[in-house]
Design a protein around this ligand. Structure first.
Ligand code: PLP
Length: 377
């Protein structure tokens, strides 16, 4: 039976080049990068070369890149360590942040270590810069965590402007860029940012590997301790085949960025058009049908409630389509998505996130539309 994979915001297929690179490294380059013999030094060189590749793409220095297990760890590290090290008493985030950001912040609030403010968002999920500035003005030195692009509805924040506002008030600025690294150019010489987080499995690399960027303006102690790896910043033997795969996946993503972005935008635009013309009363969460102002990989469709709505994801799955209802991280729990309920507080509609990659085809979209028509019409 045909299967169509439209859940690329949850995870992307690993590209062939990456699988080949990883398997050859796993076969041949198993030495511990901390070992001082020839084989160990070779492993160490692979780690350092990977760091340099990533730093160059982001226009920063290798000393600012630290490998981690991915987005969740990077977010946790930035949040917990800067709040602790700088004795921060106030933090700002938004109600639609990923749980990798919300949960550590809410835990610190519960423990009465910080006061947590939620910046106002407009009806499409854009941060109110006026409210952000107001919150910063009224409080002591603040930790700000605003995600670059939302994984569930695709709203993209202006991290350049947010960074400038944070700088004006001497706030520490962290951005969860998990959905944009590998998909958008990011120039760290231009953005005033202290921390960003990235994860390889969002751009055709393996799972369980990512990095944190830490600017020269901040200094934090390690989150995971027990070894001198990553210049004492992240203990644990380096996962060299994944680190190398992360760098290679990033290199491939940025080499082909414009071409792939254009292709995926065409897929998204095609799906929007087909949905509007084929299905009665479709709407889009957070204006994610606005191609220029939303993540081009994500289309979160709001369908009218029908007697079968609750079963929509299930029925699509049975019909061969893998997609998700908001965040995949929340699937498996019967609690609805905190992001979709922000935009639709009374659960008036059913939300389905379709997310694309370069491996999708126009046939995939036609197939999905046909199955949706069978369900709705
Ligand atoms: N932040 C965002 C915006 C994400 O989309 C995800 C993954 O779904 C994460 C963080 C977590 O990243 P990882 O899976 O690498 O821990």
């Amino acid at each position: 039976m045909k299967r169509v994979y439209l859940d690329n915001a949850a995870s992307t297929p690993i590209s062939k080049e990456i699988i080949e690179l990883m398997s050859s490294l796993m076969k041949e380059q198993f030495a511990n990068p901390s070992s001082t013999h020839f084989d160990g030094r070779k492993s160490k060189t692979i780690v350092e070369e990977s760091r340099s590749i990533i730093a160059k793409i982001l226009n920063t220095y290798p000393r600012n890149i630290f490998f981690t297990s991915g987005g969740t760890e990077s977010d946790n590290m930035a949040i917990k360590m800067s709040i602790e090290n700088y004795s921060i008493k106030h933090a700002i985030t938004s109600g639609i942040s990923h749980h990798a950001v919300l949960y550590p912040l809410q835990k610190l609030e519960k423990e009465k270590k910080i006061k947590l403010s939620y910046v106002e968002l407009d009806e499409n999920g854009f941060v109110s810069l006026y409210d952000l500035e107001n919150l910063l003005k009224k409080n002591s030195r603040t930790f700000v965590s605003i995600m670059h692009a939302n994984n569930e509805v695709g709203v993209i924040q202006d991290i350049n402007k947010i960074g400038l506002i944070c700088q004006k008030y001497n706030a520490i600025f962290h951005s969860d860029t998990v959905q944009t690294v590998g998909h958008y150019p990011i120039d760290l010489q231009k953005i005033k940012i202290d921390f960003l987080a990235a994860s390889a499995h969002k751009f055709h690399g393996p799972k369980g590997i990512g990095f944190i960027y830490i600017s020269d303006n901040v200094k934090i102690s390690p989150f995971i301790i027990g070894g001198a790896q990553e210049r004492n910043m992240r203990a644990g033997t380096e996962n060299i085949h994944s680190i190398s795969a992360l760098a290679k996946a990033m290199q491939l993503a940025y080499e082909n960025l414009e071409k792939e972005m254009l292709y995926i935008k065409k897929l998204k635009s095609y799906m929007i058009e087909k949905l509007i013309t084929s299905i009665f009363d479709v709407q889009f969460f957070a204006n994610c049908n606005d191609l220029d102002n939303s993540l081009y990989t994500v289309l979160t469709v709001s369908f009218p409630l029908t007697k079968d709505s609750e079963m929509l994801l299930f029925n699509l799955d049975i019909a061969g389509i893998s997609c998700s209802g908001g965040s995949a991280c929340a699937s498996g729990s019967n609690k609805g998505s905190h992001v979709l309920s922000y935009f639709d507080p009374n659960a008036q509609r059913t939300g389905v996130r379709f997310s694309f990659s370069k491996y999708n085809t126009f046939d995939d979209i036609d197939y999905t539309i046909q199955k949706l028509k069978d369900i709705f019409n």
